[in-house]
Design a protein around this ligand. Structure first.
Ligand code: PEP
Ligand code: MN
Length: 338
Protein backbone atom coordinates (compact mmCIF):
# COMPACT_ATOMS: atom_id res chain seq x y z
CA UNK A 1 0.00 0.00 0.00
CA UNK A 2 1.13 3.50 -0.74
CA UNK A 3 0.55 6.38 1.66
CA UNK A 4 0.75 9.83 0.10
CA UNK A 5 1.50 12.51 2.69
CA UNK A 6 0.23 16.06 2.71
CA UNK A 7 2.74 18.68 1.56
CA UNK A 8 2.71 20.14 5.08
CA UNK A 9 3.16 16.82 6.94
CA UNK A 10 5.64 17.21 9.79
CA UNK A 11 8.50 14.86 10.67
CA UNK A 12 6.69 13.97 13.91
CA UNK A 13 3.58 13.00 11.97
CA UNK A 14 5.63 10.91 9.55
CA UNK A 15 7.41 9.02 12.31
CA UNK A 16 4.10 8.44 14.08
CA UNK A 17 2.62 6.85 10.93
CA UNK A 18 5.69 4.70 10.37
CA UNK A 19 5.81 3.55 14.01
CA UNK A 20 2.13 2.66 13.98
CA UNK A 21 2.38 0.73 10.71
CA UNK A 22 5.50 -1.13 11.85
CA UNK A 23 3.70 -2.21 14.99
CA UNK A 24 1.06 -3.72 12.70
CA UNK A 25 3.71 -5.74 10.88
CA UNK A 26 4.21 -3.51 7.86
CA UNK A 27 7.62 -2.46 6.56
CA UNK A 28 8.02 1.20 5.52
CA UNK A 29 10.00 2.65 2.61
CA UNK A 30 9.99 6.43 2.67
CA UNK A 31 10.52 8.34 -0.55
CA UNK A 32 10.98 12.07 -0.14
CA UNK A 33 10.16 14.10 -3.25
CA UNK A 34 10.47 17.83 -3.81
CA UNK A 35 6.76 18.43 -3.32
CA UNK A 36 5.50 15.31 -1.62
CA UNK A 37 6.64 12.46 0.53
CA UNK A 38 5.33 9.02 -0.17
CA UNK A 39 5.59 5.95 2.07
CA UNK A 40 5.39 2.50 0.52
CA UNK A 41 4.33 -0.17 3.01
CA UNK A 42 4.99 -3.84 2.45
CA UNK A 43 3.05 -6.44 4.41
CA UNK A 44 -0.51 -7.55 5.12
CA UNK A 45 -2.86 -4.77 3.99
CA UNK A 46 -5.80 -6.24 5.91
CA UNK A 47 -4.59 -4.56 9.11
CA UNK A 48 -5.68 -1.23 7.63
CA UNK A 49 -9.31 -2.14 7.93
CA UNK A 50 -8.83 -1.98 11.70
CA UNK A 51 -6.39 0.93 11.71
CA UNK A 52 -7.32 3.25 8.83
CA UNK A 53 -4.15 5.25 8.13
CA UNK A 54 -6.11 7.81 6.11
CA UNK A 55 -7.37 9.43 9.32
CA UNK A 56 -3.85 10.01 10.65
CA UNK A 57 -2.71 13.64 10.68
CA UNK A 58 -0.41 14.37 7.72
CA UNK A 59 -1.95 11.72 5.44
CA UNK A 60 -3.49 12.83 2.16
CA UNK A 61 -4.34 9.49 0.56
CA UNK A 62 -3.93 5.77 1.09
CA UNK A 63 -3.70 3.68 -2.08
CA UNK A 64 -4.09 -0.07 -1.61
CA UNK A 65 -1.99 -2.15 -3.98
CA UNK A 66 -4.01 -5.34 -3.70
CA UNK A 67 -7.72 -5.57 -4.48
CA UNK A 68 -9.87 -6.17 -1.38
CA UNK A 69 -11.63 -8.98 -3.27
CA UNK A 70 -8.41 -10.96 -3.19
CA UNK A 71 -9.45 -14.52 -4.08
CA UNK A 72 -11.62 -13.55 -7.02
CA UNK A 73 -9.09 -11.05 -8.38
CA UNK A 74 -6.85 -11.49 -11.40
CA UNK A 75 -3.92 -10.82 -9.09
CA UNK A 76 -4.75 -14.06 -7.30
CA UNK A 77 -5.42 -16.01 -10.51
CA UNK A 78 -4.35 -14.70 -13.91
CA UNK A 79 -6.15 -17.26 -16.06
CA UNK A 80 -9.92 -17.03 -16.48
CA UNK A 81 -11.75 -19.64 -14.42
CA UNK A 82 -13.88 -22.31 -16.00
CA UNK A 83 -16.89 -23.25 -13.89
CA UNK A 84 -17.90 -26.84 -14.46
CA UNK A 85 -21.62 -27.48 -14.29
CA UNK A 86 -21.66 -30.86 -16.02
CA UNK A 87 -19.18 -32.66 -18.26
CA UNK A 88 -20.65 -30.84 -21.29
CA UNK A 89 -21.34 -27.49 -19.67
CA UNK A 90 -18.14 -25.75 -18.66
CA UNK A 91 -18.63 -22.00 -18.50
CA UNK A 92 -15.81 -19.53 -19.08
CA UNK A 93 -14.15 -20.96 -22.21
CA UNK A 94 -14.75 -20.29 -25.90
CA UNK A 95 -18.36 -21.42 -25.82
CA UNK A 96 -21.08 -19.06 -24.65
CA UNK A 97 -23.86 -20.88 -22.77
CA UNK A 98 -27.54 -20.05 -22.91
CA UNK A 99 -29.79 -20.24 -19.88
CA UNK A 100 -33.45 -19.82 -20.76
CA UNK A 101 -36.92 -20.51 -19.44
CA UNK A 102 -39.80 -18.83 -17.66
CA UNK A 103 -39.37 -16.25 -14.92
CA UNK A 104 -41.48 -18.42 -12.60
CA UNK A 105 -42.24 -22.12 -12.74
CA UNK A 106 -46.03 -22.15 -13.07
CA UNK A 107 -46.89 -25.79 -13.82
CA UNK A 108 -45.14 -29.00 -14.83
CA UNK A 109 -46.73 -29.02 -18.28
CA UNK A 110 -46.01 -25.35 -18.89
CA UNK A 111 -42.38 -25.71 -17.86
CA UNK A 112 -41.93 -28.81 -20.00
CA UNK A 113 -43.26 -27.19 -23.13
CA UNK A 114 -41.12 -24.04 -22.73
CA UNK A 115 -38.09 -26.19 -21.91
CA UNK A 116 -38.49 -28.21 -25.10
CA UNK A 117 -38.65 -25.03 -27.15
CA UNK A 118 -35.59 -23.39 -25.62
CA UNK A 119 -33.61 -26.60 -25.83
CA UNK A 120 -34.50 -26.96 -29.51
CA UNK A 121 -33.23 -23.41 -30.03
CA UNK A 122 -29.92 -24.23 -28.33
CA UNK A 123 -30.24 -23.50 -24.61
CA UNK A 124 -28.35 -26.00 -22.46
CA UNK A 125 -29.55 -24.67 -19.12
CA UNK A 126 -33.17 -24.37 -18.03
CA UNK A 127 -34.09 -21.50 -15.73
CA UNK A 128 -37.24 -21.16 -13.64
CA UNK A 129 -38.02 -19.51 -10.32
CA UNK A 130 -39.63 -21.48 -7.49
CA UNK A 131 -38.95 -18.94 -4.73
CA UNK A 132 -39.70 -15.52 -6.18
CA UNK A 133 -38.45 -12.22 -4.77
CA UNK A 134 -41.51 -10.07 -5.54
CA UNK A 135 -41.74 -6.40 -4.69
CA UNK A 136 -45.35 -6.85 -3.59
CA UNK A 137 -46.29 -9.50 -1.01
CA UNK A 138 -49.59 -9.91 -2.91
CA UNK A 139 -47.90 -11.01 -6.15
CA UNK A 140 -47.24 -14.65 -7.04
CA UNK A 141 -44.49 -15.87 -4.74
CA UNK A 142 -43.59 -19.08 -6.59
CA UNK A 143 -44.47 -22.74 -6.12
CA UNK A 144 -41.68 -23.44 -3.62
CA UNK A 145 -40.53 -27.06 -3.37
CA UNK A 146 -43.24 -28.20 -5.77
CA UNK A 147 -41.65 -25.97 -8.41
CA UNK A 148 -38.21 -27.40 -7.67
CA UNK A 149 -39.60 -30.90 -8.27
CA UNK A 150 -40.93 -29.84 -11.68
CA UNK A 151 -37.61 -28.23 -12.59
CA UNK A 152 -35.63 -31.32 -11.67
CA UNK A 153 -38.06 -33.63 -13.47
CA UNK A 154 -38.01 -31.61 -16.69
CA UNK A 155 -34.24 -31.13 -16.54
CA UNK A 156 -33.70 -34.87 -16.19
CA UNK A 157 -36.27 -35.75 -18.83
CA UNK A 158 -34.65 -33.48 -21.43
CA UNK A 159 -31.05 -33.71 -20.30
CA UNK A 160 -30.80 -30.02 -19.46
CA UNK A 161 -28.91 -28.48 -16.55
CA UNK A 162 -31.04 -26.32 -14.26
CA UNK A 163 -30.80 -23.05 -12.35
CA UNK A 164 -33.10 -21.50 -9.78
CA UNK A 165 -32.97 -18.79 -7.16
CA UNK A 166 -32.46 -19.47 -3.46
CA UNK A 167 -33.58 -16.65 -1.17
CA UNK A 168 -33.20 -18.03 2.32
CA UNK A 169 -30.30 -19.64 4.21
CA UNK A 170 -32.76 -22.29 5.45
CA UNK A 171 -33.44 -23.39 1.85
CA UNK A 172 -29.88 -23.73 0.57
CA UNK A 173 -29.64 -27.45 1.26
CA UNK A 174 -33.11 -28.09 -0.18
CA UNK A 175 -32.44 -26.16 -3.40
CA UNK A 176 -29.02 -27.84 -3.78
CA UNK A 177 -30.77 -31.20 -3.90
CA UNK A 178 -32.88 -30.18 -6.89
CA UNK A 179 -30.75 -28.05 -9.23
CA UNK A 180 -27.32 -27.79 -10.86
CA UNK A 181 -26.79 -24.05 -10.31
CA UNK A 182 -28.00 -21.82 -7.48
CA UNK A 183 -29.03 -18.30 -8.39
CA UNK A 184 -28.37 -15.61 -5.84
CA UNK A 185 -30.72 -12.79 -6.81
CA UNK A 186 -30.02 -9.08 -7.12
CA UNK A 187 -31.96 -8.26 -3.97
CA UNK A 188 -29.85 -10.67 -1.94
CA UNK A 189 -26.43 -9.73 -3.29
CA UNK A 190 -25.46 -8.38 0.11
CA UNK A 191 -27.28 -10.93 2.21
CA UNK A 192 -24.06 -11.97 3.92
CA UNK A 193 -25.55 -14.95 5.77
CA UNK A 194 -26.83 -16.33 2.48
CA UNK A 195 -23.49 -15.69 0.75
CA UNK A 196 -21.69 -17.54 3.55
CA UNK A 197 -24.12 -20.46 3.49
CA UNK A 198 -23.80 -20.83 -0.27
CA UNK A 199 -20.03 -20.56 0.13
CA UNK A 200 -20.06 -23.64 2.33
CA UNK A 201 -21.55 -25.76 -0.44
CA UNK A 202 -19.68 -26.70 -3.60
CA UNK A 203 -22.71 -26.08 -5.83
CA UNK A 204 -22.06 -23.69 -8.74
CA UNK A 205 -23.70 -20.35 -8.03
CA UNK A 206 -24.65 -17.43 -10.25
CA UNK A 207 -24.33 -14.21 -8.28
CA UNK A 208 -26.49 -11.43 -9.67
CA UNK A 209 -25.31 -7.86 -9.31
CA UNK A 210 -27.37 -5.90 -6.80
CA UNK A 211 -29.84 -3.33 -8.06
CA UNK A 212 -27.67 -0.44 -6.85
CA UNK A 213 -24.36 -2.19 -6.36
CA UNK A 214 -21.01 -1.01 -7.64
CA UNK A 215 -18.81 -3.53 -9.41
CA UNK A 216 -16.52 -3.52 -6.39
CA UNK A 217 -19.39 -4.38 -4.02
CA UNK A 218 -20.47 -7.15 -6.40
CA UNK A 219 -16.96 -8.62 -6.40
CA UNK A 220 -16.78 -8.34 -2.60
CA UNK A 221 -19.96 -10.44 -2.45
CA UNK A 222 -18.36 -13.01 -4.74
CA UNK A 223 -15.38 -12.95 -2.38
CA UNK A 224 -17.68 -13.99 0.51
CA UNK A 225 -18.69 -17.12 -1.39
CA UNK A 226 -15.16 -17.97 -2.49
CA UNK A 227 -13.62 -17.21 0.91
CA UNK A 228 -16.02 -19.76 2.41
CA UNK A 229 -14.66 -22.42 0.06
CA UNK A 230 -16.86 -22.37 -3.04
CA UNK A 231 -14.90 -21.27 -6.12
CA UNK A 232 -17.69 -22.21 -8.54
CA UNK A 233 -19.01 -18.69 -8.95
CA UNK A 234 -20.52 -17.08 -12.04
CA UNK A 235 -21.10 -13.33 -11.99
CA UNK A 236 -24.31 -12.02 -13.57
CA UNK A 237 -24.89 -8.47 -14.76
CA UNK A 238 -28.66 -7.87 -14.79
CA UNK A 239 -28.94 -4.11 -15.02
CA UNK A 240 -28.73 -1.48 -12.34
CA UNK A 241 -31.02 1.28 -11.18
CA UNK A 242 -30.23 4.66 -12.68
CA UNK A 243 -32.18 7.91 -13.26
CA UNK A 244 -33.48 6.42 -16.54
CA UNK A 245 -37.13 5.37 -16.46
CA UNK A 246 -37.57 4.29 -20.09
CA UNK A 247 -36.28 0.83 -19.25
CA UNK A 248 -36.78 -1.31 -16.14
CA UNK A 249 -33.05 -1.22 -15.40
CA UNK A 250 -29.95 0.06 -17.17
CA UNK A 251 -27.93 -2.86 -18.47
CA UNK A 252 -24.31 -2.03 -17.70
CA UNK A 253 -22.41 -3.31 -20.71
CA UNK A 254 -19.17 -1.87 -19.28
CA UNK A 255 -19.53 -4.17 -16.29
CA UNK A 256 -18.76 -7.19 -18.47
CA UNK A 257 -15.28 -5.99 -19.44
CA UNK A 258 -14.57 -4.41 -16.07
CA UNK A 259 -15.55 -7.54 -14.13
CA UNK A 260 -13.49 -9.70 -16.46
CA UNK A 261 -10.48 -7.42 -16.12
CA UNK A 262 -10.66 -7.37 -12.33
CA UNK A 263 -11.81 -10.91 -11.61
CA UNK A 264 -11.13 -14.35 -13.08
CA UNK A 265 -14.77 -15.49 -12.82
CA UNK A 266 -17.04 -16.03 -15.85
CA UNK A 267 -19.62 -13.30 -16.53
CA UNK A 268 -23.22 -14.01 -17.51
CA UNK A 269 -25.61 -11.30 -18.71
CA UNK A 270 -29.36 -11.15 -18.16
CA UNK A 271 -30.81 -8.82 -20.80
CA UNK A 272 -34.39 -9.66 -19.71
CA UNK A 273 -34.18 -7.93 -16.32
CA UNK A 274 -31.60 -5.57 -17.80
CA UNK A 275 -34.19 -4.05 -20.13
CA UNK A 276 -37.61 -5.11 -18.84
CA UNK A 277 -39.15 -5.25 -22.30
CA UNK A 278 -39.16 -8.13 -24.79
CA UNK A 279 -38.60 -5.76 -27.69
CA UNK A 280 -35.28 -4.62 -26.23
CA UNK A 281 -33.91 -7.98 -25.13
CA UNK A 282 -32.45 -9.05 -28.50
CA UNK A 283 -30.22 -6.03 -29.07
CA UNK A 284 -29.03 -6.04 -25.47
CA UNK A 285 -28.20 -9.75 -25.76
CA UNK A 286 -26.20 -9.15 -28.95
CA UNK A 287 -24.33 -6.28 -27.30
CA UNK A 288 -23.51 -8.50 -24.32
CA UNK A 289 -22.09 -11.23 -26.55
CA UNK A 290 -20.06 -8.66 -28.49
CA UNK A 291 -18.75 -7.29 -25.19
CA UNK A 292 -17.42 -10.69 -24.16
CA UNK A 293 -19.92 -12.35 -21.84
CA UNK A 294 -19.61 -16.09 -21.18
CA UNK A 295 -23.32 -16.80 -21.06
CA UNK A 296 -26.77 -15.28 -21.28
CA UNK A 297 -29.87 -15.77 -19.17
CA UNK A 298 -33.07 -15.01 -21.07
CA UNK A 299 -36.68 -15.30 -19.93
CA UNK A 300 -38.91 -17.16 -22.38
CA UNK A 301 -42.64 -17.85 -22.05
CA UNK A 302 -45.09 -19.40 -24.50
CA UNK A 303 -47.88 -17.09 -23.37
CA UNK A 304 -46.30 -13.92 -21.94
CA UNK A 305 -49.69 -12.23 -21.60
CA UNK A 306 -50.69 -14.80 -19.01
CA UNK A 307 -47.29 -15.21 -17.32
CA UNK A 308 -47.44 -15.02 -13.52
CA UNK A 309 -44.32 -12.86 -13.46
CA UNK A 310 -42.23 -10.83 -15.90
CA UNK A 311 -44.45 -11.40 -18.94
CA UNK A 312 -43.52 -7.99 -20.45
CA UNK A 313 -39.87 -8.97 -20.76
CA UNK A 314 -40.39 -12.60 -21.79
CA UNK A 315 -39.62 -13.68 -25.34
CA UNK A 316 -41.91 -16.01 -27.26
CA UNK A 317 -40.11 -19.25 -28.14
CA UNK A 318 -40.02 -18.38 -31.86
CA UNK A 319 -38.41 -15.03 -31.10
CA UNK A 320 -35.86 -16.74 -28.87
CA UNK A 321 -35.04 -19.14 -31.67
CA UNK A 322 -34.46 -16.38 -34.20
CA UNK A 323 -32.40 -14.44 -31.67
CA UNK A 324 -30.18 -17.50 -31.19
CA UNK A 325 -29.36 -17.50 -34.91
CA UNK A 326 -28.33 -13.84 -34.70
CA UNK A 327 -26.31 -14.38 -31.54
CA UNK A 328 -24.37 -17.16 -33.27
CA UNK A 329 -23.22 -14.68 -35.91
CA UNK A 330 -22.11 -12.15 -33.31
CA UNK A 331 -20.24 -14.86 -31.42
CA UNK A 332 -18.52 -16.01 -34.59
CA UNK A 333 -17.38 -12.47 -35.35
CA UNK A 334 -15.43 -12.37 -32.07
CA UNK A 335 -14.15 -15.94 -32.34
CA UNK A 336 -16.55 -17.41 -29.81
CA UNK A 337 -19.21 -20.10 -30.17
CA UNK A 338 -22.81 -20.40 -29.07
C1 PEP B 1 -35.08 -13.53 -11.87
O1 PEP B 1 -34.09 -13.98 -12.44
O2 PEP B 1 -36.25 -13.87 -12.13
C2 PEP B 1 -34.89 -12.44 -10.88
C3 PEP B 1 -35.77 -12.20 -9.93
O3 PEP B 1 -33.75 -11.76 -11.09
P1 PEP B 1 -33.11 -10.49 -10.30
O4 PEP B 1 -32.65 -11.02 -9.00
O5 PEP B 1 -31.98 -10.10 -11.23
O6 PEP B 1 -34.18 -9.43 -10.21
MN1 MN C 1 -37.90 -12.55 -13.70
Amino acid sequence: MIVVLRADATETQISHIVEKAEKLGLKAHISRGVEKTIIGFIGPEDVLRVTPLEVFPGVEQVIPVLAPYRLVSREFKKEPSIVKITEKIQIGGKKIFMMAGPCSIESLEGLRSIAKEVQKAGAAILRGGAFKPRTSPYDFQGLGEEGLKYLKAVGQELGMATITEVMDTRDVELVCRYVDILQLGARNMQNFSLLREIGKSQKPVMLKRGISATIKEWLMSAEYIVANGNFNVLLCERGIRTFETATRNTLDINAISVAKQLAHLPVIVDPSHGTGHWGLVGNAAKAAVAAGCDGLMIEVHDNPEEALSDGPQSLLPAKFESLMAELKKVAQAIDREI
